[in-house]
Design a protein around this ligand. Structure first.
Ligand SMILES: [Fe+2]
Length: 205
């Protein structure tokens, strides 16, 4: 983040308290304290958030608990947050939509297919610039109606699951929609730049 010139981000979000969505964030809070930390209300009081809340408290970072439902953040124009009441822990992940100048990106946490069904009516209709694949693009998180609604042009898959993701169904619909799939094993991350004439996500290590 510092290398990208991101010294004090407007916002940090932990989708849910699973290690791969939480542990690195403690360093982010300590190193580049954001102006606001948003956490999922479904996990309020969960001891797994202890170290993150301690870091926020010590760094003077305000914390907001959000969800379930659809929310906008007055401090962060263009940011919307969506979350399902369940049924599973992954399904309670916060999904974040960042929109600017008619372009939007979606960061989808680990919401599995039943959670996606529960919040599908709340989500904005695509043509998203880019989206992360829910729950690492695994089969338990594939819901055709979700992808038909958001229709991202670029899909980033956090591919830590020994080659099982993205699943064949996701590869299939990406092909149908002419979307490109990037995996973190290949590219690391996508930088989505809004505005100007070149609003393209950039894959980089
Ligand atoms: Fe995960």
């Amino acid at each position: 983040l510092k290398a990208l010139g991101c010294e004090r981000p407007d916002l940090a979000v932990s989708s849910h308290p699973h290690p791969d969505h939480l542990l690195g964030l403690v360093s982010v809070i300590r190193e580049v304290g954001p102006k606001l930390l948003v956490l999922p209300e479904s996990f309020k009081g969960d001891e797994r958030y202890g170290p993150l809340l301690l870091a926020a408290s010590e760094g003077g970072v305000p914390v907001r608990w959000v969800g379930p439902g659809a929310y906008e953040l007055p401090e962060c124009p263009g940011i919307s947050i969506f979350s399902s009441p369940g049924p599973g822990e992954n399904d309670k992940s916060l999904m974040v939509v960042a929109e600017s100048g008619g372009e939007a990106v979606l960061v989808s946490g680990d919401v599995e297919s039943r959670g996606q069904e529960n919040i599908l009516s709340l989500l904005p209709e695509g043509d998203f610039l880019a989206a992360t694949a829910p729950h690492h693009g695994l089969p338990d998180a594939f819901l055709r109606a979700f992808w038909e609604k958001v229709r991202p042009r670029k899909i980033l898959v956090s591919s830590q699951n020994g080659g099982k993701s993205p699943c064949a169904e996701l590869r299939g619909i990406a092909g149908e929609q002419s979307a490109s799939i990037f995996t973190t094993g290949e590219v690391g991350y996508i930088l989505a730049e809004f505005g100007g004439t070149d609003a393209e996500p950039k894959a980089a290590r």
